[in-house]
Every structure is written in structure tokens, then in C-alpha cells.
Write a protein of this length. Structure first.
Length: 318
């Protein structure tokens, strides 16, 4: 089946790709977005992509794209963005950054990765299988209160206490090693089932976020993105659940306009710390036509910000 990159038309529109620009794709995945950005670049354009999943970096389609002299793919996580850009001598020279968050289709489709409760496999859930501990290892040792907090905070799971208690009791009897084990355990623990949603959905999301430090990584990369963009450079972020979107929305809001409101204090406008970004338009969602072709796009939310130039800051002062 052909890979359909989410909100591709909107990505290209919002990045406003310049033929000789320098762009960064922070989540290469199957390379759908990267491939189309490359098509819009001229011979002097450049695209730097990275992904924390070695399977993605070492895939045949990735290696084929790496034959293009304008393209470079690096195995790394979000929080390394600034150091990667610095090493390339590109700090403050990036015209656009794309962050397509969440789990990629290949990760969900491979049962051995342990992301999906619909397929039985090893309970791993790591984006990078060579780093950190697996979900099975984490569940074997996590304290009950810590587990409750993860399920509630990251999964917004109202039955977090029941599920955590069931997991703690079960692991005393036998190790929880597979996705099917965990999904069945959660299903039995939840007293009320939501229509059209598997009872394990929220818990799997929460555990995956914890294992991969996804929200911490997101906060780091947003701050770093604002620093490495050139003036008028664009940041385009696609999120797939409310926790991610809330972080992105808050970050753009906090970085837009004045960071400090002096209220009634006698302070000069020039002394107010200014934000580094300005919000571009409203949040965008996938079209009905795209959702019909690609159901994964249903929950996608895109937010866009632009780096404020130094001239824009200095013109505000008195």
C-alpha cells in the first residue's frame, strides 16, 4: 500500500519551500514529507532529516534518498536537533522545520515493536530499540503510584487506578511480556467500555510516551527550533493527540509577542523581553478528502509559527 504522508499539501504550503532554502524534517518516518520537500528544492537547496528509529534510517527507501547530494539523514532523537544543526554550521540558517509527531505506520504495523494492542508481539514500545528500557522492563519495576500518574497524565485514563492495580497484581504471578497480555489485562480491568475505542488505547499511549520521553523531547525540540531558525523561517508541527497539541499551542503562544506584561509598572517598551516567534494563522486540520483516504489524518492538528526578525524587534522599542 502506498504511504500517504499526513497533510502533505498543507506542509508544503506552510513551509513555503524556497528552491535554494535549507530545511529540516525532524521525523523522517517513511520519508513521504522529505521526498516532496526535495522535489521542490533546486540544486542549491538542502534537506536535513533525522529519526530516532534505526529501522527507518536503514530502510531501503531511506538509503535510496541518501543518494541525493542535497539530502542527509541522521539517526538521532528530537533533543539533538540543535547540536546536529550546529555541527553542520547551520545555526540561524534554517528556512523551515517540520515536526510530524507520534508513531509512524511501519512502527504500528510491526508487531515486534510492541506499539499496537491489535497485534501480538513483544512489549517493547521503544522508538529506538538500542536505547533505554522496554515497556515490559518498565512495567516489571514501576511503583504503583508512578504507574497511576503516567496512565492518568499521559493517557488521560479515568480508570488509571484500576488498571495500575491489575498490572501490579498480575506481575506478581507472571511477567507481562507481550502486547496481547497487557491489552487483555487492561480490557478486563476497565469496568466501562467506550464505543469505537479499545479499552487499552489510552494506556498504551501513556506507556509509550513515558518509555520514549516523548513530551520532554517535544518541549526540548520546540525551544531548539526557535533558536536555529533564520529570521522569517517557519516551524510546522503536526500533532496527533491533545497532550502534544497543548504543548505546541502553549509554546507558540508564549513565544509570540512580549514575554513579560509590565502592567502598571513604569517600564520602557524597549526593556520588555520580546518573543522569538509569531503565530501564523489558526490550527489546521486534514480535509475530509484526505481523511477518507488516510484515516490516520483524522486526529492530526497542524500549528505554524514564524521566526521574528531582529528588525521587527528593534522597531518596537522607544
Amino acid at each position: 500500500m502506498e504511504h500517504l504522508p499526513v497533510m502533505l499539501t498543507e506542509v508544503l504550503q506552510q513551509l513555503a519551500v524556497k528552491p535554494d532554502g535549507i530545511y529540516l524534517d525532524g521525523t523522517f518516518g517513511r520519508g513521504g514529507h522529505s521526498r516532496e520537500i526535495l522535489r521542490q528544492l533546486g540544486v542549491n537547496g538542502r534537506l536535513l532529516a533525522f529519526d530516532r528509529d534505526a529501522d527507518s534510517v536503514n530502510s531501503d527507501y531511506a538509503q535510496e534518498m541518501c543518494k541525493d547530494h542535497r539530502f542527509q539523514l541522521i539517526h538521532s532523537c528530537f533533543s539533538s536537533l540543535e547540536s546536529i544543526v550546529d555541527a553542520q554550521g547551520l545555526h540561524g540558517k534554517i528556512d523551515g522545520i517540520l515536526l510530524d509527531l507520534g508513531v509512524s505506520s511501519p512502527q504500528l504495523d510491526n508487531p515486534e515493536r510492541g506499539f499496537s494492542f491489535l497485534r501480538d508481539g513483544a512489549l517493547d514500545m521503544r522508538m529506538d530499540v538500542h536505547a533505554g528500557i522496554s515497556a515490559a522492563e518498565w512495567l516489571a519495576n514501576v511503583e504503583e503510584n508512578a504507574l497511576i500518574k503516567v496512565l492518568f497524565d499521559y493517557g488521560e485514563e479515568r480508570f488509571a487506578r484500576r488498571i495500575a492495580r491489575a498490572i501490579i497484581e498480575k506481575r506478581v504471578e507472571t511477567p507481562i511480556l507481550t502486547t496481547r497480555q497487557l491489552a487483555k489485562l487492561i480490557e478486563d480491568a476497565v469496568p466501562v467500555k467506550e464505543k469505537h475505542k479499545h479499552p487499552a488505547t489510552r494506556s498504551f499511549q501513556a506507556i509509550r510516551i513515558e518509555i520514549n520521553r516523548e513530551l520532554d523531547e517535544l518541549k526540548d525540540v520546540l525551544q531548539q527550533s526557535a533558536r536555529v531558525l533564520k529570521p522569517d523561517g517557519r516551524l510546522v508541527v503536526i500533532s496527533f493527540h491533545s497532550l502534544e497539541d497543548r504543548i505546541v499551542k502553549r509554546f507558540i503562544r508564549n513565544e509570540s509577542g512580549a514575554k513579560h506584561n509590565p502592567g502598571k509598572f513604569p517600564i520602557r517598551e524597549a526593556d520588555i523581553e520580546q518573543g522569538t516567534l509569531k503565530k501564523i494563522g489558526k490550527a489546521l486540520k486534514a480535509s475530509f478528502e484526505e481523511i477518507a483516504q488516510n484515516p490516520r489524518a483524522r486526529s492530526a492538528v497542524m500549528r505554524v509559527a514564524e521566526k521574528i526578525s531582529v528588525a521587527a524587534h528593534t522597531s518596537v522599542g522607544v
